[in-house]
Design a protein around this ligand. Structure first.
Ligand code: VGL
Ligand code: ZN
Length: 241
């Protein structure tokens, strides 16, 4: 039996860096990053319905930040404070009471981890959060560093595997990040591990043309669900030998 997650009173959702700068067309656009938006919106809906806290981080660099090449860092300028491209993607349905966390704001300090944002750990503690569900960009920078910090600080962490993608500046970076998160004791989940994820979705009735252009959350999730159920069967067979 796969683990089923129900959202409890000590849970919170963290959506990392779903900013235009990290989405296709942005300065550090992650290929297919925009495909995570409908999936993240499903998680957001669940946490909103459960009335549990939702956090959204943003990479929020001053123009002279040390992570930029001009200052000797590895990256082109990206996610500069107040710029258009530092905004969250407009299709991301963050509720009004979302707590926004800005990170890497100190010109002389890199911070991939959201725990580098002032007060995040305190905020979690004051809200009684013990378990953090994390999805967003980028798996091999923000997500992995945040998850490892969460574990070090004693929080449970659940990585939303269908809601994160990475940069893979070096081939294998994302795989290594996933492995390191698992080693730290972080768990993994997808929408299918939550009750009423896909079963509750009505049969797709939209026009084929519209679907062609822009798959809806439902079609994406159903497709992923079918793929996963296939994987699931393979796994069972292997286990039986
Ligand atoms: C990040 C690359 C550059 C991140 C930040 O937080 O994922 N990645 N700056
Ligand atoms: Zn950055």
């Amino acid at each position: 039996m796969e683990k089923q997650y129900t959202i409890e009173s000590t849970d919170a959702l963290l959506v990392t860096d779903m900013q235009l700068c990290f989405l296709p067309g942005g300065e550090l656009g992650v290929p297919d990053g925009d495909k995570l938006i409908p999936v993240l919106n499903e998680y957001i809906k669940k946490f909103k319905e459960a009335k549990m806290p939702i956090f959204a981080s943003r990479d929020w660099h001053p123009p002279n930040h040390i992570s930029f090449k001009a200052q000797g860092g590895p990256w082109p300028p990206h996610c500069i404070q107040q710029s258009e491209s530092a905004k969250f993607h407009p299709d991301l349905k963050l509720p009004e009471n979302t707590v926004v966390l800005s990170k890497a704001t100190d010109p002389n300090k890199e911070s991939y981890s959201v725990f580098g944002a002032e007060n995040f750990a305190q905020e979690l503690k004051s809200k009684g959060v013990k378990r953090l569900f994390i999805g967003g960009l980028a798996t091999d920078y923000c997500v992995v560093n945040t998850v490892l910090d969460a574990r070090k600080l004693g929080f449970e962490a659940v990585v939303l595997m269908d809601a994160t993608l990475g940069i893979n500046a070096k081939p294998g970076d994302v795989d290594r990040a996933v492995e390191n998160m698992a080693k730290s004791g972080a768990q993994q989940a997808t929408l299918l591990d939550f009750p009423e994820a896909v079963d509750a979705l009505p049969v797709e009735a939209a026009e084929p043309d519209a679907l062609e252009e822009k798959p809806t959350a439902r079609t994406i999730m159903k497709k992923q669900a079918r793929m996963r159920s296939r994987e699931g069967r393979t796994r069972v067979r292997r286990e039986k030998g």
